[in-house]
Design a binder for this molecule. Sequence first.
Ligand SMILES: [Zn+2]
Length: 95
Amino acid sequence: MTNTSRLESTQLTISKSEVMRCTVCNKPKHQLRPRKSKLVLGIQLFLCDECFAGKKEPRWAIILVARSQGHDAVSEWIKSNRYVGDPILLEELVD
Ligand SMILES: [Zn+2]
């Protein structure tokens, strides 16, 4: 198998199956694991293996909950870096 044909078969696989995006890191994945959000009740997350293993929550969910319930409610996520994206600043957590 040459490099070219391997590349073609990869592209074929992607175009054939539906690509979903991870709720947390927004990376396109073929397989996501469903998990209920621990921060926002009733929200269903679809996580890639990495975010699932890291018990991550979406960055917006952390900010949303911090604003409504105070940043103590999300300190576990912020301290352990259990989100993806730019560092969450204290200024973002207060109105
Ligand atoms: Zn992810």
